[in-house]
Design a binder for this molecule. Sequence first.
Ligand code: FAD
Length: 417
Amino acid sequence: MTSDVLVLGAGIVGVSTALHLLERGRSVVLFDRAEPGSGTSYGNAGLIERSSVIPYSFPRDPMALLRYALNGQSDVRYSPSFLPKAASFLWQYWRNSAAAPLEVATRAMLPLVQACIPEHDRLVARAGAEHLIRADGWVALYKTTARFNAAVAEAGRLAPFGLQYRVLTPQEFIALEPAYRPGLSTIAGAIHWQDPKTVTDPQGLVKAYADLFAANGGQMARGDAATLTEIAGGWQVTGADGATITAREAVVALGPQSGLVFRKAGYRIPLGIKRGYHRHYTQTDGAMPRLSVVDEESGYVLAPMRQGLRITTGIEFADPAAPANDIQIRRDEVEARRLLDLGPPVEKTPWLGLRPCLPDMRPIIGPAPRHKGLWFHFGHAHHGLTLGPASGRLLSEMMTGETPFVDPAPYAATRFA
Ligand SMILES: Cc1cc2nc3c(=O)[nH]c(=O)nc-3n(C[C@H](O)[C@H](O)[C@H](O)COP(=O)(O)OP(=O)(O)OC[C@H]3O[C@@H](n4cnc5c(N)ncnc54)[C@H](O)[C@@H]3O)c2cc1C
């Protein structure tokens, strides 16, 4: 098999890139060890997060740091034995979360965030995947008046970004979402963010995009990306069937596993991993909420999905290869049961996913600095589902010599090389 481009990784980032390259007349092979969307893209909360204009930063407030250090919270927990290994990443992340660099990261990410809905809309329409998309935003829920008031003030400070939102009293929230317990003493208020869209089956969406790719002449192949080698005039991998696949250019879109290629090629890129979990719960008729709700004080999401009501957890810093620890999902389940009637869990054990994160809160999108024809496309962290299509457009414009719709400079790999 020979093609112009070999895209390694069929998550939301790789599939979107492959589609954009195909649209620009390139022959493309999409290469993965498993079926499309079975990595991190399988299990996210399904938010196409148009309202997340400030990147997810490391807390700087000493009281918050102390709370996290005590390790009793559900939104972020850590495995003490992993901290020494994560120290360098955490230090860089903490430094980049100061006001000035956070402002730089916000400005850098904004054009991609602004493009997330139109870029998904276009692919959704082409893929006929409208049935997987809801266009009614998501709700941030607050359980204490202090946190609610602070959040309303913070939302006001985001006015320059022109986001659409509605502040809701507990009664207004219940009117919107009757599946939650009425007469609550547990809800102080809510903010309904109206610009975002949500996906009821994130892997289903990746598969729909992959089907569109295949229907338009894109080729798919299975195998291990660790077989990637540089050859005269291009790149080569070996498929699971032993066949050789060659291409002039290769894109590394392996999400959390991207290190297996860039490390071998000699790049020292501080790709960190934030682990996260999900589990589905069977809801009876009438008990399934309509909207995705984020319990902002406990840091989990309740997302109505095809498989049931999906609880997705916050962050766990632990060795990516360590066994799953269900403590966060158990804590979140207790909190969620206070808010609504939660049915029995669908799965025996929670799903574990790995968010690929860079410490300056932006992905790498662009050429590998010292290897001709090798391109890097990873590190989309908390917002890979959101950003995949916009980011895929940007990389394919760079690869085909078009004028990029966004200045690619902030995403260059050279910032670490
Ligand atoms: C709990 C949780 C909730 C989240 N919620 C949201 C959300 O609501 N909104 C949002 O925008 N983002 C969310 N995210 C983040 C989002 O899911 C990720 O940023 C995104 O899925 C990353 O996509 P990717 O294509 O880079 O990686 P992946 O989806 O992991 O794709 C990488 C691909 O590479 C393949 N691969 C790996 N190693 C090899 C190999 N050796 N050979 C061949 N193939 C290989 C894998 O099989 C996989 O298909 C969430 C993440 C988690 C964990």
